[in-house]
Design a protein around this ligand. Structure first.
Ligand SMILES: *Cc1c(COP(=O)(O)O)cnc(C)c1O
Length: 397
């Protein structure tokens, strides 16, 4: 997955151009700029994702928060998110005063549409599916639910940039799509994030909100208006410069990931007990991970250990992972916060503690994901495929 593995001359050139101009900030100083990297990256991102608008921000987490605020989600509103995601998803919801409502995932490793429907209440304002580990949630049923109940659909596509669904780039199907350009994502800015949308109001909101409410009208920053309250979620020009180089290499990265994925998949298919994560019809992965199931939790846990013993690094058993699965989110479930949350959040979060997520546990306890690295050689991938098969067969006996 990580674009940082291939950081090189193209990235250095873009960063050096910013250093030469001396303008490290994303807004203002128009006269002193040679090339406006943040604006350029927004243009490239919107083009690649086939949306009208793109707004860069300081992180993927910021993109999620800005997306929620831009769509009017706030205090007391419920936002449906999956039990399997990175903690950033619920952090972003809490940051805007809304209530994260955990909902089961299925064998797509994303939100189960039936469980989503059952979780909708009169307070639900948004559904936030997360396209985990390079593949996607089945979006059509969620689009239907959002239409029916007038909900906002915000795609967390931080781990699946470049994948598609019914020939549309992931992130472009919902009302807003969010990406992360942190250091370990498929393309990186070092730190950074972005959101895409076809909704002009949401875009304008995101543009202003992420920069203290600045309306960005005119050439004098100090004289600009503030039609509504904002915050600072700006990206820096230096970070945007890295992204300008990386986004132009996205399709090259995806092709490499796909090639390696197919080699690993072919090898794993020789093990009858191994089955693969479900890819929704019409979906094309970005191939940043290969995710598969063992028949039981015991076998999956043992296979994960065995992979390590066979020298297969970067494999993940999410069921035991502190950052990606609800069973380890006691800080959320017990609301261990440095500051006081609103009553509505406290009540809602505490009452969710007792919920039954055995359907998610059934899936995630059997799941193993292996990162696909861009820096491997093809020979290394073949050796790895062999080692993976050996490691798993030892466990299955
Ligand atoms: C990485 C990630 C984020 C947050 O991105 P940052 O840029 O690290 O803030 C959000 N959601 C998911 C699913 C992620 O993997």
């Amino acid at each position: 997955m990580p674009g940082f593995e291939l950081f090189g001359d193209a990235e250095r050139k873009e960063v050096n151009e910013v250093l030469d101009s001396g303008v490290l900030m994303r807004y203002g100083f128009d006269g002193a700029r040679n090339d406006w990297k943040a604006v350029k990256l927004e243009k490239l991102l919107a083009e690649r994702m086939q949306t009208q608008y793109a707004q860069l921000v300081s992180s993927g987490t910021a993109a999620l928060s800005v997306a929620l605020v831009s769509a009017g989600v706030g205090a007391g509103d419920e936002v449906i998110i999956p039990t399997f995601t990175f903690v950033a998803t619920f952090e972003a919801v809490l940051a805007v005063g809304a209530i994260p409502v955990l909902v089961d995932v299925d064998e797509t490793l994303g939100l189960n549409p039936k469980a989503v429907r059952n979780a909708i209440t009169e307070r639900t304002k948004a559904i936030m599916p997360v396209h985990m580990c390079g593949s996607m949630v089945d979006l059509d049923p969620l689009v239907v639910l959002c239409k029916k109940y007038s909900l906002v659909l915000i795609e967390d596509a931080c781990q699946a940039i470049g994948g598609s669904y019914n020939n549309k780039p992931l992130g472009s199907i919902g009302d807003i799509g969010c990406f992360s350009f942190d250091y370990v994502k498929t393309i990186t800015c070092g730190e950074g994030g972005g959101l895409i949308t076809n909704n002009k109001d949401y875009y304008r909101h995101a543009d202003h909100y992420s920069d203290h409410g600045h309306d960005h009208i005119g050439k004098d920053r100090g004289a600009e208006g503030h039609p509504f309250l904002g915050y600072n979620y700006r990206i820096s020009e230096l970070h945007a410069a890295v992204g300008v180089a990386q986004i132009q290499r996205l399709d090259e990265f995806l092709a490499t990931q796909k090639k390696y994925y197919l080699i690993l998949e072919e090898a794993l298919k020789t093990i009858p007990e191994v089955t693969f994560r479900k890819i929704p019809e019409g979906g094309v992965q970005n191939y940043s991970f290969i995710s598969f199931f063992l028949p039981t939790e015991t076998e999956a846990k043992a296979a994960h250990t065995s992979l390590g013993q066979h020298g297969v690094d970067a494999s993940f058993y999410w069921f035991d992972n502190n950052w990606h699965y609800h069973t380890k989110w006691e800080h959320l479930k017990e609301l261990k916060s440095l500051n006081q949350f609103s009553d509505s959040i406290e009540k809602a979060v505490f009452s969710s503690e007792e919920k039954d997520f055995s359907a998610s546990d059934q899936v995630i306890s059997r799941t193993i994901s292996c990162l696909i690295k861009l820096s491997w050689t093809e020979a290394q991938v073949h050796a790895r495929a062999k080692a993976m098969v050996a490691a798993i067969n030892v466990v299955l006996g």
